[in-house]
Design a protein around this ligand. Sequence first.
Ligand code: SF4
Length: 319
Amino acid sequence: MIAESCSLLNAAALEDDDRVFEMSDYQGPIARWCSGCGDHSVLTAAQRLMTENQLKPETTVFVSGIGCSSRFPHYMKTYGFHGIHGRALPVATGVKLTRPDLDVFAVMGDGDCVSIGAGHWIHAIRYNVDMVALLLDNNIYGLTKKQTSPTTPQGYKSNTQPYGSYLPPMNPLETTLGVTNASFVAQTAEWVPGHLFATLKAAYEHRGFAFVRILQRCPHFTPDIYGEMVKHPDRIELLDHPEGIRAEGLEKIYTNQIRHDPADIHHARELAEDMSAIRLGLFFRDEARPRYEETRALPKYTARQKSDILNEEFERYAV
Ligand code: SF4
């Protein structure tokens, strides 16, 4: 479905290169998420990112799957595609490969990305196509009313596992860092707006597949999961490095910090694997990793050459 963006694409505006976009130029209808839902913060951060970078609404696409957060494209005045469950990444990949001039964002929930879309997730990391992938992780299926997701903490009660989740949760950072060709892996939290914005900015500026896990509150179904972390900043550890993600003034609130060079993938994996602390920051970045849109470079044929190749193939199978 194409989001309701077409109205803003009048011909006069498209011809005007001097357009200056305000935040309101990216804001769609009022979001229908629950009050206090972390999705609101991510939406605001994305609109702020677009304003700061003056992204053109007509060359920006938000692609989503199914879930609460997947309503995202409806609330952006850009192009959008609200797809089917778990399929945000293949659609986004297709968009980017076909139109490399577009800025592409994929927005997924934990059920969408880590469960039904897991196969696509793994291969999107490996293909390393230039886009921003946001995993809004609230540890539950919210849209379908509190069902256990792959990131639900072990023992956490839900409507599908009323005696508590049986399995230890999947760790999206560890998984992403384990895939060959991962090029950008970061974690942030929607209740730390300065860090959230700085992370989205770094992801947008990265050339390659930028994977960002955003810890997201769901006050309706999992109010207790991140509650303590919101109240007690000392429960969070910031990754600190000049090449990492930094937000002004944050170090005064989040005094618990650890030095980490985002070029060091081994240390990144160690930090991601250790779930005794919640860490925010840039775990890994390597812009030298090959991107699929470059490595797949197809031979360029003229129309005549294409016609000759086709005829040759037809001849082979002609009876
Ligand atoms: Fe947000 Fe949870 Fe409400 Fe869904 S159910 S809109 S994730 S607060």
